[in-house]
Design a protein around this ligand. Structure first.
Ligand SMILES: NC(=O)c1ccc[n+]([C@@H]2O[C@H](COP(=O)([O-])OP(=O)(O)OC[C@H]3O[C@@H](n4cnc5c(N)ncnc54)[C@H](O)[C@@H]3O)[C@@H](O)[C@H]2O)c1
Ligand SMILES: [Fe+2]
Length: 361
């Protein structure tokens, strides 16, 4: 975070949350900026899964501050809020008068990769909406793994699985390239090798560094490829039942792998081939596509178990009647999600309902 001492400008607006303030990271950032001769206004009202009201309030305070630097300090929720503020300051302002601030992101979770993506996820009227625009990509990302030292254990698991899903979805995306494949493969290898250690021992700084790198690499991959239906389904499910983003992704992952690879059918399409390649990258049996898919799914299941992830939506405490009643609208919203078009297999609404149902029990 010391890199903040090297920044030029006159006033910084920091978007963060109460936990970052309590843990002293906010004060640390303010001190470093002060050493660079930069005054600070802090906005610490970010809540998990930020909604439009937080962005509106942040936008008002950002405009009042007159800042020429925007710093996001926190998890994906803080970084996405800062991106929302930047987006609407640009879109709703007078073009001639608005000068884009220098945008710096300092992630405090290893999960979203939001520090390097052009994505922001904001909740509007109970639905998660993705804003996707190059304009909101941070200019500078500062990776400082001391910032992720005190992440609660359950959040380490959630955010780590989010990294895994970003990398898998980038790898099977219809937009995947050799470059994004390289980033995704490395991120997946790191998650399988180091996430469990990170989860079980927060003092292991080497494992923390590795998982933080994987998070950023997976972000670099998926900002170029877009994501897939794991995220579409997770956005609708998480917003409906207030389940953290990473956990929502984790619960749906096996159902999505089975659907995309058509495991109950021929298991010989593009996604099956790609999952089998990932199995081979991990050194798992993959003599046929089907064998590779099965090996990969088993490895994912074992990892989820080591991270104490619930095995079904029911185990998360979601009531069956409420779940049944929500299926139609969740599937509708997942179908329209911006992540769906890049999925390797184009689903119908009924397919999406079936994946939800498969993951319930
Ligand atoms: N922009 C993107 O590309 C992208 C990608 C995936 C997900 N998302 C979105 O990001 C959000 C989730 O972000 P997240 O998973 O990073 O979680 P988060 O930012 O919501 O943080 C989860 C909890 O952990 C706390 N926390 C964060 N850092 C901490 C630290 N260092 N020490 C102690 N506590 C800490 C937070 O205060 C919060 O209570 C969701 O809204 C999701 O939809 C965005
Ligand atoms: Fe995600």
């Amino acid at each position: 975070m010391q890199f903040l001492k090297e920044i030029s400008g006159s006033r910084a607006f920091i978007v963060s949350d109460a936990i970052m303030e309590k843990l002293g990271y906010l004060q640390q950032a303010i001190c470093y900026l002060k050493e660079a001769g930069i005054d600070t206004t802090a906005f610490t009202e970010v809540r998990p899964d930020p909604d439009t009201s937080v962005v509106t309030e942040g936008l008002k305070r950002f405009r009042e501050s007159g800042a020429d630097i925007l710093v996001a300090l926190g998890g994906g929720s803080a970084i996405d809020t800062a991106k929302g503020i930047l987006y609407f300051a640009w879109k709703l302002g007078d073009d001639r008068a608005f000068h884009k601030p220098l945008f710096i992101a300092i992630p405090s979770t290893s999960g979203t990769g939001s520090e390097v993506t052009d994505f922001s996820v904001i909740t509007s009227d109970g639905e998660k909406v993705c804003i996707v625009d190059d304009y909101i990509s941070p200019d500078i990302a500062i990776l400082d793994s001391t910032c992720i030292q005190h992440v609660p254990q359950r959040v380490v698991a959630d955010t780590g699985i989010d990294v895994l899903v970003h990398a898998i979805e980038a790898y099977v995306s219809v937009n995947a390239t050799d470059f994004t494949d390289a980033l995704a493969e490395k991120a997946i290898k790191i998650i399988f090798e180091h996430l469990e250690t990170c989860y079980k021992n927060s003092e292991d700084s080497a494992a923390r560094d590795k998982v933080q790198n994987a998070s950023c690499m997976a972000g670099m991959a998926f900002t170029n490829t877009n994501l897939g239906i794991n995220h579409s389904l997770a956005h609708a499910f998480g917003a409906t039942f207030h389940i953290p983003h990473g956990r929502s992704n984790a619960i749906l992952l096996t159902g999505v792998l089975e659907y995309n690879s058509n495991l109950k059918g021929s298991a010989d399409g593009y996604a099956a081939e790609r999952y089998a390649q990932l199995a081979a990258v991990l050194g798992l049996p993959a003599r046929t596509h089907r064998e590779g898919v099965v090996s990969f799914i088993q490895a994912v299941e074992q990892l989820k178990k080591k991270l104490d992830v619930e095995t079904s939506i029911r185990a998360l405490g979601v009531e069956p009647e409420l779940f049944e009643r929500s299926l139609e609208s969740m599937a509708q919203s997942a179908l329209a999600d911006r992540c769906t078009p890049s999925n390797p297999r184009q689903p119908t609404k009924e397919d999406l309902i079936q994946i939800y149902q498969r993951c319930y029990e």
